[in-house]
Structures are given as structure tokens and as C-alpha cells.
Design a protein around this ligand. Structure first.
Ligand code: B12
Ligand code: SF4
Ligand code: SF4
Length: 354
């Protein structure tokens, strides 16, 4: 009955209730995480080294909260989007980034869910309720894969066996003593009706940069998503050609996953970036255009000059005839990272890889 109540509260926000987790120390997950760090798979994301006690024991994230309501936010967009402006701009933006910033959505929707939860389960206000997603020291994928009947694929995504992986994850941390969801763990090395990768390697084969060469482990230093969103300096030349596919984020390892064939279109989040912008307009965009086009979207994570760098490299990768003009534009920029990127274009066109 409790699950039905929570399910109807979550579904009234067009999201999906996936389960309830008991938050407690999880040494297997923690060791997997620290071993990933020790191999420098996190590239320049040094912030992942912080808050290790919370990653080891998620009940420390919010004092007194040892339960989490696990929610999936759907965001599947049709992958057949072609270039509507007739330009040679075919490089894409990852689907999640086309919506409003999901952190803002989570706090808005999370507040509404928490209000409903309080009036249903906690009218006297005795318990804690805190909506969280992404930017907390919580290993969200592990939590969801342990308590929801979903599994971690070789592409490292949380995959729901019937619905796929086009979901952002969020949680409501609470001190309310809900019963955790009893689930049978899925052995992801086998492929059965309940999920798992088995012998499939599609994501590994199609990842353009070899970032998934070791199954179930992502080497962020090679991942287009990391390079286009989190990497703050010049992009090594050997990755430039892949910017012809994505210039912000990357969805290739989800696009090719068989579990996503039956994905349902739609999302409760508002679409913000539904028309591809001309890459040259992006290279020369002013601060004002940046704020108008990208304000309130997750793409501000890369900041204005990160987006300009990415758009320039995508122009080079696509052989855009306006590249000489774009080079002139960036060569006089005050940001040395952009000047350096512009100066590398000739090396790229000569087939050099550093
Ligand atoms: C840092 C980060 C990144 C980095 C590193 C990604 C990575 N694979 O580690 C970069 C910038 C590359 C990135 C990219 C993307 N990200 Co990101 N990212 C995060 C963040 C903030 C932390 C992830 C982390 O701790 N990584 C370290 C590794 C070691 O941990 P992990 O991936 O969580 O893996 C754990 C489990 O999967 C499990 N596990 C791992 N291997 C195995 C193997 C077996 C057999 C088993 C059983 C378990 C298991 O143990 C691991 C350690 O605890 C999370 C939010 C969060 N707080 O968790 C979002 C998050 C993982 N990202 C998300 C998304 C959507 C993306 C992108 C799709 C965005 C895009 N389109 O560009 C890509 C996907 C790239 C990919 N294939 O992973 C979603 C994933 C949703 C989902 N369904 O899985 C999250 C959860 C954000 C959210 N709240 O929705 N991301
Ligand atoms: S997001 Fe793209 S580059 Fe990163 S692992 Fe997946 S396919 Fe490879
Ligand atoms: S593409 Fe295949 S190997 Fe990769 S996550 Fe999906 S099922 Fe697993």
C-alpha cells in the first residue's frame, strides 16, 4: 500500500518510482569507486576525491536519513533529429542537455513531492525529506541498481530491463522508516529476461574513443562527454574528429544499447534547446547571446568559452568552409585556451595527432 501511495505521488509528476533503498555502508561499491579513482579514470574531476566517508556510507549524506526513495526521470528524445537549418552542422548535443537544467527541475519537483509525502506520511513534521540528484556525494548508480531491479551495463549506465537507460536518477532522502524494496540482484554478466549484458558488447564496439575498452569501467579522459562538458583546457588533437558526432555530451553508448529499443518518448522536463544552433554563431557568441541561448540549461556547466571551443572543434571536424574565419575570430580572443585551440586547427587539418 505504501509503495502505491508513493508511486501515485511520483507519477503525478510524470516521473517513475523505482524503489526504496536502505542507506548503509557498502564496501563493495566503495572499493569499486576508489579503485576507479586510483587508476586516474576520473581525469581532471578532482572533486570526485572529496567526501569519501559519504560515498562509503550513504546514510552520512544527510544526518538521520537512512532511506532513499529512488526515482527515474524519463528524457528520451527521438534520435532521428536532422539538421533543420540546411547547414552542414550535424554535430549534436546530448539529449539530456536539450532540456531545462535537471538540477532545477529536481529541486522544483522534489519540493512538490516532499510536500505531498509530508501530508500523507508525516502530518506532524517529525521526519526529514530532502530531494537530491547528481551533485551530491552519493553513488546513485549503485543505489539504483541494488534496490530497483535495474542493472549497471558495460557502458556503466543504470539500465531498466524493460524501459532502458534514458532516465536521470534522483532520490528523496528521508528519515521515515519505509521498508526497503526487496529485489533479487541481477548478474549483469549474464543476459536473462530480468536484464544483464551477457555477451553483448555493442556500447564498447561503438564508443568512438575507446573509453569503454574495459567493460563496466569508463575512462573519463577518453570520453566525449567528459571532454566536452568537464574538461577545462585544450582538447587533445586525437579527439577532434569525434566532435563531428557530438559537441556537447555524448549518447552513443546509449543509442546503440538494445535495451533502449523500446524506450518511450517524452519527459516531464521542459525542452529548451530544440533547434540546432549554427556552429559558427556559437564560436562568435557574445556573453549576452550565451545567456539568452543557454541560461537555465545544463550546458552552462561548460561555460561560454567551453561551448565556443567545442563548436570550433566541431566545425574543424566537419570541414566547415567557414573555418578560416572562425580561426581568425578565436586567434584574437583574450582566452589563451581559445587562441591555442585556434592555432591547432592547421595541425588537425594536416592529420597530426598529439
Ligand atoms: C562524474 C559523472 C560523470 C563523468 C564520469 C562518468 C562515469 N561513468 O563514471 C562523465 C562526465 C564522463 C559523465 C558522463 C555521463 N553522465 Co554522468 N555522472 C557523474 C556523477 C556526478 C558521478 C559518477 C561517478 O561517481 N562515477 C564514478 C564511477 C566509478 O561510479 P559509477 O559510474 O556511479 O559506478 C558505480 C556503479 O555503477 C557500480 N558499478 C560499476 N561497475 C559495475 C559493474 C558491476 C558488475 C556492478 C554490479 C556494478 C558496477 O559501482 C560503481 C562505483 O560505485 C553521476 C551522479 C552521481 N552522483 O552518481 C552522474 C550520472 C552517472 N551521469 C549521468 C548521465 C546521464 C551521464 C551521461 C549520459 C551524460 C551525457 N549524455 O553526456 C554521460 C554517460 C557516460 C557514461 N557512459 O557513463 C546519470 C546516469 C543515469 C543512468 N541512467 O545511469 C547520473 C547518475 C546523473 C543523474 N543523477 O542522473 N558523468
Ligand atoms: S559517452 Fe560517448 S565517448 Fe563516452 S563512453 Fe559513451 S560512447 Fe564513449
Ligand atoms: S550495449 Fe550491450 S553491453 Fe552495452 S550496456 Fe547495452 S546491453 Fe550492455
Amino acid at each position: 500500500m505504501t509503495m502505491e501511495w508513493i508511486g501515485s505521488i511520483v507519477e503525478s509528476n510524470n516521473c517513475e518510482l523505482w524503489g526504496i533503498a536502505a542507506l548503509k555502508e557498502d564496501l563493495v561499491t566503495f572499493e569499486r569507486f576508489t579503485s576507479w579513482l586510483s587508476k586516474k579514470n576520473h581525469a581532471s574531476m578532482r572533486w570526485l576525491e572529496n567526501h569519501l566517508p559519504q560515498r562509503r556510507d550513504p546514510s552520512l549524506v544527510e544526518e538521520g536519513c537512512n532511506r532513499a526513495i529512488l526515482i527515474g526521470i524519463p528524457y528520451f528524445i527521438s534520435q532521428s533529429d536532422t539538421n533543420r537549418e540546411g547547414l552542414i552542422n550535424v554535430s549534436k548535443v546530448a539529449s539530456y542537455a536539450r532540456y531545462e537544467d535537471y538540477h532545477k527541475f529536481v529541486s522544483r519537483m522534489g519540493r512538490s513531492i516532499c510536500d505531498d509525502m509530508k501530508s500523507t506520511f508525516d502530518p506532524e513534521g517529525l521526519y526529514k525529506w530532502r530531494p537530491v540528484s547528481d551533485s551530491i556525494p552519493l553513488l546513485e548508480r549503485s543505489l539504483h541498481s541494488h534496490f530497483t531491479g535495474s542493472f549497471v551495463g558495460k557502458n556503466t549506465m543504470v539500465i531498466h530491463p524493460q524501459r532502458g537507460s534514458w532516465y536521470l536518477l534522483m532520490e528523496i532522502l528521508t528519515s521515515y522508516p519505509f521498508d526497503p524494496t526487496p529485489v533479487k540482484p541481477i548478474d549483469t554478466h549474464k543476459r536473462t529476461k530480468s536484464g544483464g549484458c551477457g555477451t553483448c558488447r555493442r556500447c564498447q564496439v561503438h564508443c568512438p574513443t575507446g573509453a569503454l575498452d574495459t567493460e563496466y569501467v569508463l575512462d573519463a579522459s577518453k570520453c566525449l562527454s567528459y571532454l566536452t562538458i568537464e574538461h577545462r583546457s585544450v582538447i587533445p588533437l586525437k579527439f577532434w574528429k569525434h566532435f563531428s558526432k557530438y559537441w556537447y555530451g555524448c549518447d552513443i553508448c546509449q543509442n546503440v544499447c538494445p535495451y533502449n529499443r523500446a524506450a518511450k518518448l517524452g519527459s516531464p522536463m521542459a525542452l529548451k534547446f530544440d533547434v540546432d544552433r549554427d556552429l559558427f554563431d556559437l564560436v562568435r557568441m557574445s556573453q549576452l547571446s550565451y545567456e539568452t541561448w543557454f541560461g537555465g540549461t545544463p550546458m552552462t556547466r561548460a561555460k561560454r568559452n567551453g561551448l565556443r571551443r567545442n563548436a570550433f572543434i566541431a566545425m574543424a571536424a566537419l570541414g566547415d568552409p567557414r573555418l578560416p574565419e572562425a580561426i581568425k575570430c578565436l586567434r584574437v580572443d583574450e582566452d589563451q585556451m581559445l587562441v591555442h585551440t585556434a592555432n591547432q586547427a592547421h595541425q588537425f587539418l594536416n592529420g597530426e595527432e598529439n
